[in-house]
Each structure stands twice: as C-alpha cells, then as structure tokens.
Design a protein around this ligand. Sequence first.
Ligand code: MG
Length: 244
Amino acid sequence: MNRILLILLLTALTIPGVFAQITDPKATEVWSPEPRVVTPGIGSQPASDAIVLFDGTHWKEWVSSKDNKEVSWALAEGACTVKPGAGDIITRRSFGDIQLHIEFSTPVVASGEGQNRGNSGIFLQNLYEVQVLDSYQNRTYSNGQAAGIYKQAIPLVNACRKPGEWQAYDILYTAPRFNQDSLLVAPARVTVLQNGIVVQLNTEIKGPTEYIGLPQYKAHGKAPIRLQDHNCLVRYRNIWVREL
Ligand code: MG
C-alpha cells in the first residue's frame, strides 16, 4: 500500500462515523429493483425475451434497403443466402443498445481473394459495420478482415472457421449518445465474440463506416440492423436480438 493511502486509511479509521458505522451485513444488501426473469435458450437458441429476427422460414422482420420492399434473398434449409445484386436488407424495427446473435457461413468454394472472398457485413444501426468475410487463410488489410470494425478496429485474434462451416457472432452494442444540440456525448461501443472467442472488447466506434476517408459522427436515434450484399454467397441463420 502506498504511503498516502495508508495515511488516509488510518485517518479515516480514527474519525468516528466514516467506516465505523456499518456493522450489519444487511445494511449493504440491495433488494430493489429485482432483475426480471429471462429463460435462456438452449445453446445458441434465443432467450425468452429475445426478438427473433430470422428463423430461416420468412422475411417478416426484414425489407430490402433499396426500396423498402420485399426481400428476395433465397431461403433454404433454415438459412438464407445473399442474392448478389439484390442489395442489402434491413430490419423493419429500429434498435439502440442491443445484444445480437447472428450465425453466418461463407461459401464452401472459396473463390476470390481478399475482400472479394465471402464478404458481407452486419451494420449496427445501419451505419457501423462488423465485417463478415472469409478470413480463413485469406489475407487482407487487418482492419478489414472478419470481425473487424471495418477500417476502424482490428479483431484481437482471427477466430474464423473454414469456409462453409457455420460461425456465430455475439455482439454487445452500446449506441452512441448525442445531446440536444446533436453533439456527440459518448461514442458507440462494441464487444464481439466470434465462435465464443472475444474478438472485439468494448471497442470504441469512431463513426459511421466509410470505405474511403475518415468516419465522422452525425446524430441519430434508433435505427435498423442491415446485412450487406457484397456480391458473395454468404449465408445467414438464427438471428435474434435482445434490447438492452
Ligand atoms: Mg463487408
């Protein structure tokens, strides 16, 4: 213990009422509020309070981001496949802080190099991309590989499974805060687990994802989740979200 702390502690102990008054262990028990009960799902299945965004059978929760009309990505075997050229898709609902579970699989036949191999992406609040890419033995710029916050944050490790295998992202996202003058008060933050491995830990998001140039925040409220069509046959399944 350093000297200043020791002096402070000794001083405090000699002043009646500073540390001395709490003797009952119950005095520091907090009983209210009580956390509500949530029943966990089995494995990666949704918790009882989750909103199921995609169960592989319909597009009720999604629209095309091009024209807000029906999604034309293919549905098969409890999953969907990006339809190259059809464009991105977005949720009908808007979200702020969330826990998001999403499973994806990059094409079995790994064609293309770098950014053209199994590229898609999950845009939180329609703006901030968690990269989806086949980064299994496929080098690209580090802040553009799978589980990167695209062009902003390199994943801590490469936790990619082989092409064609199902992988999961579990994303904990805190939306940015803006004040009444639309100024940024707190940036967005994100933690990502890829296949159970931490790849982003409380990472600060610097602003909306940009392909060219530096990000810059603009005030916004709740917004949809967007999945990217990057002309690769990436598949998705089992997507659910919990609002925090
Ligand atoms: Mg992408």
